[in-house]
Design a binder for this molecule. Sequence first.
Ligand SMILES: [Zn+2]
Length: 316
Amino acid sequence: MSEPRTPPADADEVVAALDIGGTKTTAALVTRRGEVVDRATAATPGRAGPTAVLDTAAGLVDRLRARATGTRVRALGVGSAGVVDSRTGRVLSATDALAGWAGTDLRGGLRGLLGLPVAVVNDVHAHALGEARHGVAAGHATVLFVAVGTGIGASFVVGDAVLAGAHSAAGHAGHQPSPYAGSLPCPCGRRGHLEALASGPGLAAEYARRAGRPVDDLRAVAALAEGGDEVAGEVVRLGGTAVGSAVGGLVNVLDPHVVVVGGGVTGLGEPWWRALREAVRGEVLPGLAAVPVLAPALGADAPVVGAASLAWEVRS
Ligand SMILES: [Zn+2]
């Protein structure tokens, strides 16, 4: 018997990936198996406009390419903040953290700067693809991913694709009505949405209302809760309950094989997770009680791993 012929012709090939967020941009080189082999991060110059943001992002990829001697970088996958049209490669809308980002030709701009084929997707979809293809949900045919952080977003991965929606806006899970949000004003301009209460800033504001004094941010609420502050403990549990109720409703609509809940707010720990799982159980139809609700496995690498997985599919 002869030894297996190795390595295959593309063994030295990787793809580049970018995670462009409101505060920082991360670039990575990623193998076909989803292994991050190098990474670099810089502050996103969000106030300086889209040209500066693209220059910074391309500069990070160039730095990694320069370090990767003997390795061919085949393509680039990008996960970006904002609503992104994967078909045209343009940003359709974005938050104030990225000035002038809406309308940016993300794909064309980066292709021009780097000379690589480029695939682009919204950052929540990138995060979901990372966990669905190489993370805790690998092997599951359908995955509901929910990210709870400064905002609340979701992504539904069906087989090899994310559900983008007719206007590339599918997944705005934070902007559904929540019975726990009353008539609180939401960042989107509507009232009573889940994000108004259960996002990081939403929970900090809820603590301030209940305690009658302001707190800096969610981290302060978490510290108070750990120190035994009763109001902070209530707010943490309320956040888990509100998200769990919404997740349970989505499970009833989508019947996913598995749910993954990620984002900074999940760092509130076991009391938040317990409230979330209890609320999911209280909301789902009897036949869906066994749908697993999992914590992510890839940590901060998930968005670049997901964006990279798209880059392997781009035709060069
Ligand atoms: Zn809203």
